[in-house]
Design a binder for this molecule. Structure first.
Ligand code: GLU
Length: 483
């Protein structure tokens, strides 16, 4: 009987950048897999590409995930002693030991070729019509004398894996079904660099094996790495995990999402700073690459775990739909209870230069005015700036003409006369005020309201009149009317 192993999955970022959409999505599906099958979700760091590592990336990768509610069971900050360390650069000796074991068994060999020699080899192959470079095995059978000669010249060897000939690597991909690769298409690749640091393809196998990883869900860009990794598993006699390669994310024009695409924000921290809610992003990422069994759009974390089924991971590219993200986020904002909403929104209101000194009650009233209007937190800052920073707004020529009509002037002067004695800016009192202006001027509809809206905000549309009055306050209303 086959032993049933505890599900263990991982998210293994390289700290070469902050947590971005693609990474967060990979982490999310691994997390769901773990939680659905009562397993562990492991966060570890693949930091062997030392020149590309950047300051703060590791922190962002972990803490932006935690912010999203994708909480690792084990990580660099929560290590399980059985599996630690969780950073590759902290266990170089281990990879070196395994690499040498393969050399001893004849599955790998030292290669002394220099960069220049390799470049020349590549050029020759290209000239002969071979586009995908494959190492020519120059160093496969070096004698000890030859090796010593190279060492005397000051050369330091790398270790290359000796790919088998005539083998087909087959596996059942959780997303795309049966996949196969021919070993003959793959050259002998480097597993340990001359500085003793392993390459990704080697270190990832050692880690996945010693950390008892059972399933690997990762981006499609790693599909062609899988046969290389399978060869290593085969040489060690280890059972590989089950693989699933998720499809790419594309923009609205069907182009692969690129870090340089300015229309789409790439990093989770940008969404957080703009006032997206972690639950909404979690929900959005869940739909990005997954087709739920009904057409349901809203999922709590618990529902996503419950609903998750790896066979429903989509096998065609997923489109990043900005409008949908806004729609989902605005819906989550609408559903926040008022206390949570205030906590979330007040910092954004206070970012509006002129609103920041309002008293707490007015701030809360303003917050509620916009609760159903905004897609994300920072929108309230700009909407308030629009109303409060009057000098910035410009009337169009048409609007100026309209304000110059006798009827507009009449509406404004009557409004001024009446508003002075207004006791409250609640909806009914303001309605009453306009009814009396209407009665005394015989103006109605656009001719009654628009002059006042334009005069007070220099904008022809926006929130309801009583809310404009409430936000401005009497002093500011009278000032603007007289301008
Ligand atoms: N460090 C790799 C990356 O960031 C992880 C690849 C894998 O999941 O095997 O793409």
């Amino acid at each position: 009987m086959e032993e049933i192993k505890k599900v263990r999955v991982r998210y293994a970022p390289s700290p070469t950048g902050y947590l971005h959409i693609g990474g967060a999505r990979s982490a999310l599906f691994n997390y769901l897999y773990a939680k659905k099958y009562h397993g562990d979700f492991v966060f570890r760091i693949e930091d062997t590409d030392i020149e590309r590592n950047i300051e703060g990336a590791e922190y962002s990768q972990l803490h932006d995930l935690i912010w999203l509610g994708i909480i690792p069971d084990e990580s660099i900050e929560k290590p399980n002693p059985k599996y630690a360390p969780y950073r590759q650069m902290e266990k170089l000796a281990l990879y070196q030991k395994y690499a040498h074991e393969l050399v001893e068994k004849g599955y790998a060999y030292e290669c002394y070729c220099t960069e220049e020699e390799l470049a020349e080899m590549k050029e020759n192959q290209y000239a002969n019509g071979i586009k995908a470079f494959k190492y020519n095995r120059h160093c496969l059978n070096l004698t000890n004398e030859e090796k010593e000669k190279y060492i005397k010249e000051g050369r330091k060897p790398v270790i290359r894996l000796k790919m088998e000939k005539g083998v087909t690597f087959k596996f059942h991909d959780l997303v795309r079904g049966d996949v196969s690769f021919l070993s003959d298409d793959i050259g002998d690749f480097v597993i340990l660099k001359s500085n003793g640091i392993p390459t990704y393809n080697f270190a990832v196998v050692i880690d996945d094996h010693i950390m008892d990883i059972t399933h690997v869900l990762r981006g499609e860009e790693h599909l062609s790495n899988t046969p290389k990794q399978l060869q290593i598993y085969k040489y060690f006699g280890w059972e590989p995990p089950k693989f699933g390669h998720m499809t790419i994310i594309v923009n609205e024009n069907g182009k692969k999402l690129s870090k340089r695409d300015n229309n789409i924000l790439q990093f989770m921290s940008q969404y957080r700073d703009l006032g997206y809610l972690p639950e909404a992003i979690f929900n959005f990422l869940f739909l990005l690459g997954y087709t739920s069994s009904d057409s349901k759009e809203f999922f709590t974390k618990e529902e996503a775990i419950e609903n998750f089924d790896p066979s429903r991971l989509s096998s065609s590219p997923s489109m990043f739909d900005n409008k949908k993200l806004k729609y989902i986020n605005s819906t989550y904002i609408k559903h926040l209870d008022d206390e949570k909403y205030f906590e979330f929104i007040l910092p954004f209101i206070k970012k509006s230069a002129k609103a920041k000194d309002f008293d707490e009650n007015l701030l809360k009233e303003i917050a509620l005015i916009y609760k159903n209007e905004i897609a994300y937190g920072e929108e309230i800052t700009s909407l308030l700036d629009e109303i409060l920073d009057y000098d910035k707004n410009q009337l169009t020529d048409e609007e100026k003409e309209f304000l110059n009509l006798d009827s507009s002037k009449l509406a404004i002067s009557k409004f001024k006369e009446k508003v002075i004695s207004l006791k409250s800016f609640d909806k009914d009192s303001v309605k009453e005020l306009f009814l009396s202006v209407q009665k005394e001027t015989s103006l109605k509809g656009k001719n009654l309201y628009m002059p006042i809206r334009l005069k007070l905000t220099k904008m022809s549309h926006g929130i309801e009149m009583h809310n404009i009055l409430k936000i401005l306050g009497m002093e500011e209303i009278l000032k603007r009317i007289d301008l």
